[in-house]
Design a binder for this molecule. Structure first.
Ligand code: NCD
Length: 310
């Protein structure tokens, strides 16, 4: 039987995403019911790039399902440091474990890894490309805050060029009705052309680009802030010049809708002032918490564990 992998947010159908969200909410309401679902199963977390939320929420998810976890948080401690290829590492680890989550700085590495994995493989971020489990977390947040997926103006603000969470979420949200996008970024960090052409224009989805957060904020139902991705810059002076282009604060929020949903995949650097954390519209720490439950649901789905078995 062919195993399922998750490389891109659209590898799951809209219906499957809905089912995962339903399951994540059920788990959140009654976590004890699921605490032996993955007994005797092992998750490997192979992280070649820094991570707090993604790796730890994957590990928390597997522990909370009664399974166990092995792996590394730094590629330097793996045989990658001796020159082993990603493909050989994943092929080997797939002999030891039941499911793998990997983060790697190279775009496309997730695809290469999934090709050789004998067990379900989950992309935990491949360079500036995609980050589908953050997207699932984002979708659970949007659904729980707004109770729907349709009829939104969504603003993405910050580093839209290298921000993999942005790329994955744009693709996922483009599948719902009456969504339009406003992409707010410095000209150096605009959203990639392939998303504009192959995802948005091809499907007649409305969008425009802007450099001005103040001007756009009143139009938004959802504002997705992002960090400027320091590690993907070729030179430090460009990073320093661009890093504080947008800082969301209470002053800017004065013109925003009362029910604006403010999201951020985290980590935040300076792009959201701490004063915003206590605003009822700030959803980003809730979003971080939801990451565990959606990953629990995803692990169950990819391991084909039926709810009634738990
Ligand atoms: C994001 C990532 O790694 O792409 N973080 C996360 O997984 N929650 C965003 C970022 O690093 O800026």
């Amino acid at each position: 039987m062919k195993v399922r992998h998750l490389i891109d947010s659209c590898d799951l159908t809209v219906k499957e995403v809905e089912e995962l969200i339903k399951l994540a909410n059920k788990i959140m309401d009654n976590p004890n019911k699921y605490n032996t679902c993955c007994k005797n199963k092992i998750l490997a977390t192979l992280f070649f790039e820094p991570s707090t939320r993604t790796r730890l929420s994957f590990e928390a998810a597997m522990h909370r399902l009664g399974g166990s976890v092995l792996g590394f948080a730094d590629g330097a401690s793996s045989s990658g440091a001796k020159g082993e290829s990603v493909s050989d590492t994943v092929k080997t680890v797939s002999c030891y474990t039941d499911i793998i989550a990997m983060r790697h700085p190279k775009e496309g590495s997730a695809f290469v890894a999934a090709e050789v994995s004998n067990v379900p493989f989950i992309n935990g971020g491949d360079g500036g490309h995609y980050h589908p489990t953050q997207t699932l977390t984002d979708l659970l947040t949007i659904y729980n805050v707004k109770n729907k997926f349709e009829d939104f103006v969504i603003g993405f603000c910050g580093d839209l060029k290298f921000g993999r969470t942005v790329h994955s979420l744009v693709k996922a949200m483009a599948r719902y009705k009456n969504i339009s996008f406003i992409f707010i970024s410095p000209v150096e960090l605009v959203i990639p052309d392939y998303l504009k052409k192959d995802v948005l224009e091809k499907n007649n989805i409305k969008y425009y680009e802007s450099t001005n957060l103040e001007k756009e904020i009143s139009k938004l139902d959802i504002l997705y802030m992002t960090r400027v991705q320091k590690e993907r810059f070729f030179n430090e002076s460009d990073y320093i010049r661009l890093k504080d282009t947008y800082i969301l604060n209470q002053e800017k929020l004065k013109n925003a809708k009362e029910d604006l949903c403010i999201m951020h995949p985290l980590p935040r650097v300076n792009e959201i002032s701490r004063e915003v954390d206590s605003d009822s519209r700030a959803a980003y720490f809730k979003q971080a918490k939801y990451g565990v439950y959606i990953r629990m649901a995803l692990i169950m789905k990819l391991l084909e564990i039926e709810e009634k078995v738990c």
